[in-house]
Structures are given as structure tokens and as C-alpha cells.
Design a protein around this ligand. Structure first.
Ligand SMILES: Nc1ncnc2c1ncn2[C@@H]1O[C@H](COP(=O)(O)OP(=O)(O)O)[C@@H](O)[C@H]1O
Ligand SMILES: O=P(O)(O)OC[C@H](O)CO
Length: 504
């Protein structure tokens, strides 16, 4: 009997393959980073072919590290950075343009123009659960078809395919031009601005208004079922691909947030707080998204409220790569520990505008409160505190929308190894912050979706049983100090508004 399940985690900065045991323990990991391409201010691209090469390499790498063969793997799940859009030629398999990444703001004008059509903003939100913003895939597809020579004509002739990274990876893994499967799941489809949240199908009116031919769009299946088998040439040859979840929904699943009212926060390139709302679609009045949390086989879809924050861990990367202030992400904590507090300094990283709860594409980053007193340590603190303050803002919005205050927050992702940040997060929220033993919940969630489909795990109870607490941080800050510093943060945020003129 096969003893393991694999997951491909195609993230914003890297691609990983992880292999898990039945107990949900990590057996092997292989990971490769890909280039971040910044052709101009506000633009962010990835090379889809590099991502696919990395996927193949890490799949082979993880198997080799664990000394396993494809026949030891019961199923593979795919999880991915969401919204990032790839358009490729179905006959050659060649992308017609680089992948336009979720952080990219070039579609500002397209989003504004769509919003100006009759009832735009509200109509989109009511149907798709999303605000019309640069973040989502639909306007990115429109941009490619409008700007790449010959692309629109080819798309209208049925020669081009669209996919988020899940679909691009799945299509290639199942054979590409030789019979690749063109499929997505509702968690990814719900991030395009093109899917009707109630029917889980593409909305023909919106697609037509957006200028996206339906023939380009993948078939929407569930998050947990067999879509196809890995092509014979590849590592993992013949293994069923049986789970797809957008990375934030995968982390929610991997954190066993399987009942209404349970929430998690993932600290990666950005932060994403998801609250499971069960089979109810809760429409936010406070700047959150309504999204599909998961759909297991033929079961009813489960929905979530989401607070998406564009820049958190990537601010630490920026301090490392663009300023050279630290050599590694972990080093930021050492600098932050040299001081008692932020010295009055606040860093609002509105590099891609501001996402939830503001949705301001006209905002840009700002460091405020500077005096000659402020040193490297204060700046390091301000960088880490920015993540915690932004999280507090989306949790406040969530509490207001749901009417039920959160009592504890489960956390995961690359930044949760930062103890200073985790303590400050508990302080600024005023509720405990809890980290699980397996912090790789994104890949684990995709593995669970795939494993459930093939009977490797029997039910969601197996997922609950596998979850175990590693560490908990309890709030230690006085209420007045908390509200004072949070008030200063909110004031700092207003200083970033109205900075850029509309982008063409
Ligand atoms: N100890 C740390 N302190 C602060 N930030 C960290 C630390 N370790 C990693 N990070 C940040 O976490 C992010 C990586 O997290 P990860 O979950 O791997 O990201 P993603 O899946 O979004 O690519 C990076 O942006 C990095 O700067
Ligand atoms: O790849 P990550 O972990 O930065 O996640 C990106 C999100 O899916 C964007 O919505």
C-alpha cells in the first residue's frame, strides 16, 4: 500500500514539492526560487516556463530526498499563488506573455473603466464576492489580449488557454500539448472576477464585458477529485493528481479550520486571513472578500471571508534585497530586539496600493514619524509591526462583519518563526496566537485534498486529529498602550493615500 501523498506548492517566490505521511508529517521537501521580474514601477511578472521547469525539478528532488519512487505516492495535490495569470497557445504550449502576478497594478485603468459601466463595482461584488481591483485575474487576461500582438484574434479563434498557476502546472503535468488537462477548482476560479460565487460557473455576461472569450477558461471542477494522472515522462509518473486549492484556502484546510467561525492567518509574501463561514456566503461591509474556501467532491461548497494584505514578508525581503540592511530575513528580529519599541516610526508598505480593508490602488508606501532618534533597530521593528497592524485591521473588519469576535488566531507561513512578531501580534490583537507543529499548512492542505479524493485519508476527522499545537503567545500589552499605537498606525496609513495618478 502507498504510504505517502505529495503536494506541489507553486508560491509567489518559489515552488516546493513536499511529501507527507498519513500522520501529516513532512517526509521530504525540495524547493526552488524563481525570478521576480519588475519591468516598470508597479509591474510584477514571472516566467511561466521557469516555474514549470522548477516544478519538474522539485518533484524529482523531493522523491530523491525521501528515496521514494512514484509508486509510493498515492496522490498529488496542487496549491498555488492565486490570481497570477498565464495565457498560452494550446498547440505549442508557449506562453504568449509572462505571467502577470497578483501584486501587479498595471490593470488599474481597466478596473476603473469596468467600474464605470452601469452599476460596475456593486454588480461585480454581488456576483463574484470581489471588489474591482488590480489584484484579480480577469483584468490581467484582458490586458494581455489588448497588448500582445495578435493575441485577441487567436483567443477568439479558440487557440489560447488561460490559467492561474494551478491550471498551468496541472496542464503541463498531465502532458501539455499531448493531452494536458485544462481544469481549475472553485477556490482559484473565485479569484478571477469571472466566476459566479453561487453557481460556481463562469459568468458569461461578465466575461463578455471583460473581453475574455469563454473558450480560454478552464473547466471548473471540485477541489478534491481526480483530474488526471502525471504524464509518463515526469517524476511522479502515473500518480493521480487529485486536489487543487489556492494557497490560502489550502492553508485554511491544512490548519483544520473546517467549521464555521474558525480562522487562520498565513504570513508569507503577503498575509491572508481566512474565516470559514460554512455554506453561507457572507458579504462584507468592511472591505473583505467573499471567496470559496473549498469544495470537496460533490459536497456543497464551503465559503470564507478573506482579509488579503499585499505586503508583509515581502517588506522584509525588500529591506534585505533593495536596502541591504540585513543578510537574511531572520536577521530582522535581531535588529528589532536592540530597541524597546518603534521609537515613533511607522512603515506602511503600500507597494501595490493597499488591499483589504482599504482597496486603494492610489496608495504607495511611506515611512512616517522619523526623527534623528530613529535608528536601524526602530526601523526593523516598524517593518515587523507593519505586518501585525495590517492583520489587526483585517481582523477588526472580520469581527464587524461576522458579529462574533475572534477568540484566538491560528498562524502559519514563513514569518511565524519570528518570535518577536508573534508576541507583538498577540499584543496588538488582544487574543492568543497559536502556531501548529506543522507550519507548512499550505502544502499539507493540498495534500489532504488529494488524499481525501483517493481514500488515503477517510474524512475531515483525520485532518482534525493530525493538527497539533506547537506554541501559543498570549497578549501582554496594556489596553491603552495597544490602542494608542494602533491609532498612530491608522493615522500613518492615511498618509499613503492619493499618491499615484491613475496608471494608463
Ligand atoms: N524569521 C523571519 N522574520 C521575518 N520574516 C521572515 C522570516 N522568515 C521568513 N520571512 C519572510 O517570510 C516570507 C517567506 O514565507 P513563505 O511562507 O515561504 O512565502 P511564500 O509562500 O509567500 O513565498 C518571505 O517574504 C520572508 O521575507
Ligand atoms: O504565494 P503566496 O503565499 O505569497 O500567496 C499569494 C496569494 O495566493 C495571493 O493571493
Amino acid at each position: 500500500m502507498t504510504k505517502y501523498v505529495a503536494a506541489i506548492d507553486q508560491g509567489t517566490t518559489s515552488t516546493r514539492c513536499m511529501i507527507f505521511s498519513h500522520a501529516g508529517e513532512v517526509v521530504a521537501v525540495d524547493q526552488r526560487e524563481h525570478k521576480q521580474i519588475f519591468p516598470k514601477a508597479g509591474w510584477v511578472e514571472h516566467d511561466p516556463k521557469e516555474v514549470w521547469e522548477n516544478t519538474r525539478a522539485v518533484a524529482a528532488g523531493a522523491l530523491a530526498k525521501a528515496d521514494l519512487h512514484a509508486s509510493d505516492i498515492a496522490a498529488v495535490g496542487i496549491t498555488n499563488q492565486r490570481e497570477t495569470a498565464v495565457v498560452w497557445d494550446r498547440e505549442t504550449g508557449e506562453p504568449v506573455y509572462n505571467a502577470i502576478v497578483w501584486q501587479d497594478t498595471r490593470t488599474d485603468r481597466i478596473a476603473t473603466d469596468l467600474g464605470n459601466l452601469g452599476g460596475g463595482q456593486e454588480r461585480y461584488r454581488a456576483k463574484t464576492g470581489l471588489p474591482l481591483a488590480t489584484y484579480f485575474s480577469g483584468p490581467k487576461i484582458r490586458w494581455i489580449l489588448d497588448n500582445v500582438d495578435g493575441a485577441r484574434a487567436k483567443a477568439e479563434a479558440g487557440k489560447l488557454l488561460f490559467g492561474n498557476m494551478d491550471t498551468w502546472v496541472l496542464w503541463n503535468m498531465t502532458g501539455g500539448v499531448d493531452g494536458g488537462v485544462h481544469v481549475t477548482d472553485p477556490t482559484n476560479a473565485s479569484r478571477t472576477l469571472l466566476m459566479d460565487l453561487s453557481t460556481l460557473s463562469w459568468d458569461a455576461d461578465i466575461a463578455s464585458e471583460m473581453g475574455v472569450p469563454l473558450s480560454m477558461l478552464p473547466e471548473i471542477r471540485s477541489s478534491s477529485e481526480e483530474y488526471g494522472k502525471v504524464r509518463e515522462r515526469g517524476a511522479l509518473a502515473g500518480v493521480p493528481i487529485a486536489g487543487i486549492l489556492g494557497d490560502q484556502q489550502a492553508a485554511t484546510f491544512g490548519q483544520a479550520c473546517l467549521s464555521p467561525g474558525e480562522a487562520k492567518n498565513t504570513y508569507g509574501t503577503g498575509n491572508f486571513v481566512l474565516l470559514n463561514t460554512g455554506t453561507d456566503q457572507v458579504m462584507s461591509e468592511n472591505g473583505l472578500l467573499t471567496t470559496v474556501c473549498y469544495k470537496i467532491g460533490t459536497q456543497a461548497p464551503v465559503y470564507a471571508l478573506e482579509g488579503s494584505i499585499a505586503v508583509t514578508g515581502s517588506l522584509v525581503q525588500w529591506i534585505r534585497d533593495n536596502l541591504g540592511m540585513i543578510n537574511s530575513a531572520a536577521e530582522i528580529e535581531e535588529h528589532a530586539r536592540t530597541v524597546e519599541d518603534n521609537g515613533g516610526c511607522y512603515f506602511v508598505p503600500a507597494f501595490s496600493g493597499l488591499f483589504a480593508p482599504y482597496w486603494r490602488s492610489d496608495a504607495r508606501g511611506a515611512i512616517v514619524g522619523l526623527t534623528r532618534f530613529v535608528n536601524k533597530g526602530h526601523l526593523a521593528r516598524a517593518v515587523l509591526e507593519a505586518t501585525a497592524f495590517q492583520t489587526r485591521e483585517v481582523i477588526d473588519a472580520m469581527n464587524a462583519d461576522s458579529g462574533v469576535p475572534l477568540t484566538a488566531l491560528k498562524v502559519d507561513g514563513g514569518m511565524v518563526g519570528n518570535e518577536l512578531l508573534m508576541q507583538f501580534q498577540a499584543d496588538i490583537l488582544g487574543v492568543p496566537v497559536i502556531r501548529p507543529v506543522v507550519a507548512e499548512t499550505t502544502a499539507l492542505g493540498a495534500a489532504y485534498a488529494a488524499g481525501l479524493a483517493v481514500g488515503f485519508w477517510e474524512s475531515e476527522d483525520d485532518i482534525r486529529k493530525n493538527w497539533a499545537k506547537d506554541k501559543e503567545w498570549t497578549p501582554a500589552m496594556a489596553d491603552d498602550a495597544r490602542e494608542k499605537t494602533f491609532g498612530q498606525w491608522k493615522k500613518a496609513v492615511t498618509r499613503t493615500f492619493d499618491w499615484v495618478e491613475q496608471e494608463d
